[in-house]
Structure formats: C-alpha cells, structure tokens
Design a protein around this ligand. Structure first.
Ligand code: BGC
Length: 748
C-alpha cells in the first residue's frame, strides 16, 4: 500500500514535471512541485460535487446558470467572447467556496477580431512561421478580452474535400500537418492562450466525407498518417486535447480507452486534460454504446475524458457513479488534478480580474492587418495561367469584376470567424478598386447572381460588363455557409448556376480570370477549359482584397501550394498523393491495371502544386549514397529562378521506401523549404531528413525503420522528377510508446 502510494506520488510528480515543461511560463511561474502541492491541497478540501464541477464545461447562452458558477459547480465556460461577460462570470467563480477560477474557452481558429485566412489556406503558404505569427495575433486579441483557451489547432488529416471541415485543418499530408500543428500551438501559447488540439482522433476520415460519420482506419495507418499531427501539437505544448465525435474503428472516440488512455496517456505521457467535443458524451447514447446518460458519463470518464463539454452528464451522474462504486473517486481526483494543473500553470489563480471595459474593437491594428495580409499573399494558389494572362498587363485599361463573392465581406471572413467583423474586411472588389485606381485602371462591377447563384437574371448585364473590359475577373465559389462544420457536400461543382455565368463571360471572348473563393477543391475541370487563368483564393479574411489585388496586378508573385490533391471529379475521392502502390500500376496499354474506365487516375492538380509568374529549375541533386538510421541526411539541390520576376518557390522532398515488410507509400513528403529568388538567381539548398523519419508502424504500434534502398525526389510539387537513391545500411525498431518520428519539422 505504502509502495503503491509512493509510486503514485512519483507518477504525479513526473506528470507535473512533464506538464511544467510543456506549459508556457505564466505571469507568476509556479514550479511543478508547488503546482502539485496546491492542487492536492485544493482537492483535499473539495466535496465530490465541487470536484465534478471542475470537470464540467458550460456555455454562455441558454445553458448558462450563474448560480452554478458561484457554487463552484462549473470548471470552464465556452462562448464568453467579450470581457464584460467573462469578468462577471469570473467574479462569480472567485466568490465560490474555494475561489477556483473558471477557464474560458472559445473556437479561435484563424484570428479573433482580426480575421486571417482559414487554416487550410494558411497551410497553402507552406510557411509555418506565418501560421505561428497568425496564431499569436489571434491569441493576443482573444486574451485581451478574457479568453484563455482555444479549441485549436484542428490537426485532423483529411483526404476528402466533400468534408466541409477540411478547411479547418492542414490537408492531407502528415508531415506538413505536423509542422503547422506545432507552429500554431507555439503561436497561440506565445500569445497567451492554452490550446486544445482536436479532434482526437481520425475525425477527418469521416466515411463518404459525411461530417460526424464513423471512421475506419487500420491501426498502422492511424499511427503513420493520422496521429502524428496531434502528437506534434502535444509536443509543442498543447495543454489539452479534445476528443472527437466520430466512432473510430467501431468505438466512439469519446469513449475510446485505447486511444485516450492507451495511446495518449500511457504511450505519449500526455499530462494535460482531455475535454469532450460539444455534447459528445451525450452522443454516446446515439452511438449505441450507452443506454442512458449515466452509462455515457461513466464510459467517457473511464475511457479518459476529463471534462464534459456542455453535455451536463458528469454533473448529473458522476457523483452517483462514484457512490455506487462504478467510478473510483481516486480517478475523479486525478481528472480534477489535471484540470487544476492547467489552471495553476496558466497562473489563473494569480491573474488580476478581467477588465470588463476591454473591447475587441481596438483591433484590427495596423500590425494585425499586416500579419493577416502576409498570410493572404502567400496562401493564394495560382492554378492555371495559360498565355501568361496574369499578372494583368500594363496595357489593361478596364477590368470587369463579376460575382457576388467579390463584394461579400461576410463570405470572405469564412466559417468559424470568432469575433470577425464584416466591416473590418476589405473585399476583393474594394481591394481591386483601390489598386486599379492607383494604376488608372477602371473597374466595372456586376454581381451576375447572388452568392448561391439561384437565378440567371443578371447574366446578361455581367456579360455586358465583360464585353467592355480588357480582362474579366470572375469571383465564384462557395459562400462561407457551404464550408466548415456540418457542410459536407456530395457534389463539388460550382454552386447553383455559377458555371453558366462563367460560360457567359467566356463567350464574350475576353480573357477571364477565375478567382475561386472556397474552403476546398471544387470540381472545376470543365470550367478550366473555358478560362485561361485561375487562382484558388480560399477565404482570405480581412486583408484578402488588397492581397489578391497585389497578386493580380503583379506586385506580389503567387507562391501558394496545394496542401491537398485536387480531384478531377468527385468519383476520385478520397484522393491523396501518398497512396500505397498496387500490384497493377496504371498502364494505358493494359485495362487490367489501376484506374477508372471513365476518368483519369491522376488528380487535376497534385499535392504541393502551385504556379508562379516566374519559373524555377531544380538541378544538381546530391544525396549521400549510404546512410545510417542514426544519421540526418543532407540532401543538396540547386534551385534557379529561370524567369524574369522575383519569386518564391517551395522546394519539396519526397521519398519512397522501395522494398519493405509492408507496402510503403509511392511518395511521402519528408522536407520542404520556401525560398525567395531574384530573376536569374541560383541557390544551393540543403534539406535535412533525419533517417529515423523514414520508418513506419506495425499494427501493434511498433515503429520500424528498415534498411534498404530509398528513392528520393526533389522539386516543386509531389510529381517532382529530379531523382536519386540512397541505401539505408541499418534499421531501427522501437516498441509502442517510444518516440518514433522526431519533433515537428523546425520552422524557419
Ligand atoms: C466542434 C468543435 C468545437 C466545438 C465548440 C463542435 O461542434 O466540433 O470543433 O470546438 O463545437 O464550439
């Protein structure tokens, strides 16, 4: 007994120490031992109801019961997005018997008041430093009015653009997603917010792209592809983890002991707390694994969910479950301790009261706008530019801007815009008008149709405006309500009659530039045949208008790259570049090989793709012939700007393990670097690949790096063809739980 207690105490101290390493220095830095001591002292004084209170998250709005806060029965609150509400709720909490502060959480994803591009767009920059800076701004603004915890980053890998939430994440690639998850956590924490990496785990693999549907991911693939970005966020210091809505391989993530306790705590040593997604514990009943609220609460809790987000089931049932002996009170104490550790470490107990007079209207500032514009400039992806129609030639005297989305500030903010305001937004139309005005270029605007394009009445006027212009900028795509949560689509075409509108514009014979506003790749194969140029403009936020105008007029050279493969048609989905080989590789000469009878096997645009106004050449690839698993491989390549404009290129490195004990992907991204080159300039880049990153998992979680030949490619996208091989002379084998891949790739 004595021994067990000592071991438990040691484990606690180790956990405290681990947490003290990952949490940022609070205003008043408490050390791990003091945190443990204070948490223990509080727990010793708490009633069972007060303990469960710490595990209860309530929301502003109809669910909010101020009296419960004052009674110490609420540990955290969501949707308190202004200082006045937060200050009054915090005052109530501080008046409770033990005076434990509540933790205020909110979805702060891509800015708070200043709205930045959506995470998927931000990932298209291939520049994690920008994401870190964006997250820091968002955190600073949110914490200004009392928010302390963001439900971000979303680290769910998704290979399915039918899923509306693909826009909230980093796309299809685990290596890229790791880099962005880590950068975002670092930025949020630097700006003063704790983070909740979500949605653990596998939410982005929803069957059929249907939000909330079950996911089935083989164990090895789960560890190779889906789990690494969450782990990168935790390594970067994420204090909390949000459990997902979905069932993972038959067990809802929110009651999944193997995931929440086995992998997260036992293997990874995660010492923070797990919060459920919105009412996800209650949903265990609909999932068919709990008869009633009591069973749902018990299953979620025993699986490893520490905090119930707005379901009210812990507060309704957990005390009875403890009294009935079905839930050990010691486990409740541990969960409370995890919550208190985060609060203590954040310095919430020592923080001055929230100043209720603070408002978010002090933002955006010139600094936050500049930061948002920097992301927007690099997020835009030039998809097509036949005849180098872009940038607009100096001979352009008049442009026609067509499409309601060009003038819709609200849609430009995109989904999940926290406190984003339409009136802070410079629309695409306004940005173009301002830039064109400076160049003496006239701008005519025609809506064409409403954002969902339900009527063709305005088409003739739009075509009329096009006829009188030298170039037409057609801003089409998805209004923001068609993207984000609960916005799955079975059809990915341009909404309503937008395609017809585009056709009417193209029929004028004027060069049409398609600017696509959307949260995901759309099915635009046919449309692209009708227009010379197309840009993916996502939802660019407050500074999208000026950024896009700079690109169209050539002040900025586009450098965005697709963080997802872009399908030719919905039937190709799921589509991703890092797929496994087949025994029958595609061959035009043999029908009995991988492919479709009625569609190409290739995406419309590959992962990592994006054009520039200049061109780049990759040459002189140098790779060591033989490497050891303990080496970091230096891959050298020369990159030359062979065009006439300055530009930025993302050097991408892919590898393939040619023969292994399991089939390995045809290609996997293992390094990237964005660099700026003047016209004619050449630079030697050295990309570094730790050889331990070349491995993969077995079904039982063992991580292996196997010796043998590896092929490697370097270039501007996942089809890069500059190639070399090397020999890995030895291997590595790590049991489950031991650190396999290294930390997230470093950010310049
Ligand atoms: C979403 C989460 C979000 C939560 C709180 C849920 O519906 O799935 O991503 O953090 O709501 O707003």
């Amino acid at each position: 007994m004595q021994g067990a207690l000592t071991i438990r105490r040691l484990l606690r101290l180790a956990a405290a120490l681990a947490l003290s390493l990952i949490l940022p220095a609070p205003a008043l830095a408490l050390d791990g031992v003091e945190i443990e001591h204070r948490a223990s002292a509080l727990i010793a004084r708490m009633t069972l109801e007060e303990k469960i209170g710490q595990l209860t998250l309530s929301s502003n709005g109809p669910l909010y019961r101020p009296q419960e806060v004052e009674n110490g029965l609420v540990g955290a609150l969501i949707n308190f997005n202004n200082a006045q509400d937060a200050a009054s709720a915090q005052a109530l909490a501080r008046r409770s018997r033990l005076g434990i502060p509540v933790l205020f959480g909110l979805d702060v994803l891509h800015g708070f008041r200043t709205t930045f591009p959506l995470p998927l767009a931000e990932t298209a920059t291939f520049n994690p430093a920008l994401a870190r800076n964006a997250a820091e701004w968002a955190a600073r603004e949110a914490s200004h009015v009392g928010v302390q915890w963001t439900y971000a980053p979303m680290a769910d890998i998704s290979r399915d653009p039918r899923w509306g939430r693909i826009v909230e994440g980093a796309g299809e690639d685990p290596f890229l997603a790791r880099a962005f998850a880590a950068a975002r956590v670092e930025g949020f924490r630097k700006g003063g917010l704790a983070t909740a990496v979500k949605h653990f785990a596998g939410y982005g693999a929803a069957t059929g792209g249907r939000d909330y549907d079950a996911t089935d991911i083989p164990p090895a693939e789960l560890r190779d592809v889906f789990l690494p970005p969450y782990r990168a966020a935790i390594d970067a210091g994420s204090e909390t983890v949000m459990s997902a809505f979905n069932a993972l391989n038959g067990v809802p993530a929110t009651a999944n002991h193997a995931l929440l306790t086995g992998i997260l705590r036992e293997e990874w040593g995660f010492a923070g707390f797990v919060v459920s997604d919105w009412a996800a514990i209650h949903e265990l009943i609909a999932h068919g694994i709990a008869r009633d609220g009591a069973e749902a609460a018990r299953k979620a809790f025993l699986a490893g969910v520490d905090m119930d987000m707005v379901g009210g089931l812990y507060s309704a049932h957990l005390a009875d479950e403890v009294r009935a002996g079905r839930v050990p009170e010691a486990a409740v104490d541990e969960a409370v301790r995890r919550v208190l550790r985060v609060k203590l470490r954040l310095g919430l107990f020592e923080r001055a009261p929230i100043d209720p007079t603070r408002v978010d209207a002090v933002f955006p500032t010139s600094g936050s706008r500049e930061a948002a514009r920097a992301v927007a400039r690099e997020a835009v992806v030039l998809l097509q530019n036949r005849g180098s129609i872009l940038p607009l030639s100096p001979a352009t005297r008049r442009i026609a801007v067509v499409g309601a989305l060009a003038a819709s500030a609200k849609d430009q903010l995109g989904p999940h815009a926290a406190r984003g305001h339409a009136e802070d937004t410079v629309t695409i139309l306004d940005g173009l008008r301002a830039r064109a005005g400076r160049a003496g270029v006239e701008v005519a605007y025609a809506e064409g149709c409403d954002p969902r394009c339900t009527s063709g009445e305005g088409f003739a006027a739009a075509a009329g405006a096009a006829r009188e212009a030298d170039a037409v900028i057609a801003v089409l795509g998805e209004p923001e309500a068609m993207s984000g949560e609960a916005a799955s689509r079975a059809h990915l075409g341009l909404p309503g009659r937008q395609s017809e509108l585009l056709e009417a514009l193209a029929a004028t014979g004027k060069p049409v530039i398609l600017v696509l506003v959307a949260g995901r790749p759309l099915d635009i194969s046919r449309e692209l045949e009708k227009v010379p140029s197309a840009l993916m403009a996502w939802y660019l936020g407050n500074e999208g208008g000026p950024a896009l105008a700079e690109i169209l007029f050539g002040d900025i050279n586009p450098s965005g790259k697709l963080p997802v493969s872009w399908p030719r048609s919905v039937g190709q989905i799921p589509i991703h570049y890092n797929r496994l080989p087949t025994g029958r590789p595609t061959s035009a000469l043999n029908r009995f090989t991988l492919g479709y009878m009625d569609e190409s096997i290739e995406p419309l645009f590959p992962f990592g793709f994006g054009l520039s106004y200049t061109s780049f050449r990759f040459s002189d690839l140098v790779v060591p012939a033989r490497v050891s698993a303990s080496d970091t491989i230096d891959v050298r390549v020369a990159v030359t700007n062979t065009g006439e404009r300055a530009g930025e290129e993302v050097v991408q490195l892919y590898v393939r393990d040619v023969v292994a004990s399991r089939s390995r992907p045809l290609r996997e991204l293992k390094a990237f670097e964005k660099l700026a080159l003047a016209p004619g300039q050449s630079r030697i880049v050295t990309l570094k690949v730790p050889a331990r990153e070349l491995g993969f998992h077995l079904d039982d979680g063992t991580y292996v790096v196997e010796p043998g030949r590896f092929d490697l490619w370097v270039g501007a996208d996942s089809r890069a063809d500059l190639t070399a091989s090397f020999e890995l002379v030895d291997g590595l084998r790590l049991p489950p739980g031991q650190r396999a891949a290294g930390r997230a790739p470093s950010v310049r």
